[in-house]
Design a protein around this ligand. Sequence first.
Ligand SMILES: CC(C)(COP(=O)(O)OP(=O)(O)OC[C@H]1O[C@@H](n2cnc3c(N)ncnc32)[C@H](O)[C@@H]1OP(=O)(O)O)[C@@H](O)C(=O)NCCC(=O)NCCS
Length: 151
Amino acid sequence: MIIYRNMRAEDVPAAHMLLNSNLDGKFSVEVIEYFLSFWPRGQFVAVDLFGNMVGVICGAKLNNGRASITLFAVDAPLRGQGIGGKLFDTFRRECYMEGFSAMQLELRTTNSSAYRFYNKRGFEITEKVFDLYGPGENGYRMVAELNHVSS
Ligand SMILES: CC(C)(COP(=O)(O)OP(=O)(O)OC[C@H]1O[C@@H](n2cnc3c(N)ncnc32)[C@H](O)[C@@H]1OP(=O)(O)O)[C@@H](O)C(=O)NCCC(=O)NCCS
């Protein structure tokens, strides 16, 4: 059984560890602390019954009326079991309740599994962002309107 809930300050070290071991690129713990302080209700974690962190989604409020998915990962051995889908639905519901018009994210052009995940959930590529992740490492920006949220 997995519990989906808002991130708390004491979750930050475990969230940092999970994200750094499951995403390309490394970032400091302050990045997660920043997202949490900026938008506490826009950060969610998935934990198992023993309290182990198995998934994290971090969001940010953009100044164009959209919410951004900034960091999102499920621990590699546990992928494909619906944890990411539930975390995403939890985040999307919060965005809808807070009145955002759309969700936006960036991902590596090479990340085809994440592309499929998002495309299936209504995201479309709106832009190719060159060198987003470093020289020659391009990204796609994807956007999904927030006009309907299923229960
Ligand atoms: C994207 C990610 C968060 C999704 O989490 P998840 O727990 O695997 O998500 P789900 O199980 O709900 O859905 C994964 C989809 O891939 C399929 N899948 C099957 N086996 C899988 C596996 N071993 N690994 C990943 N996905 C698998 C699932 O059936 C599901 O298909 P669906 O979307 O058609 O239902 C996760 O794959 C991940 O952490 N990826 C690496 C980090 C990353 O790319 N983050 C996004 C960058 S913006």
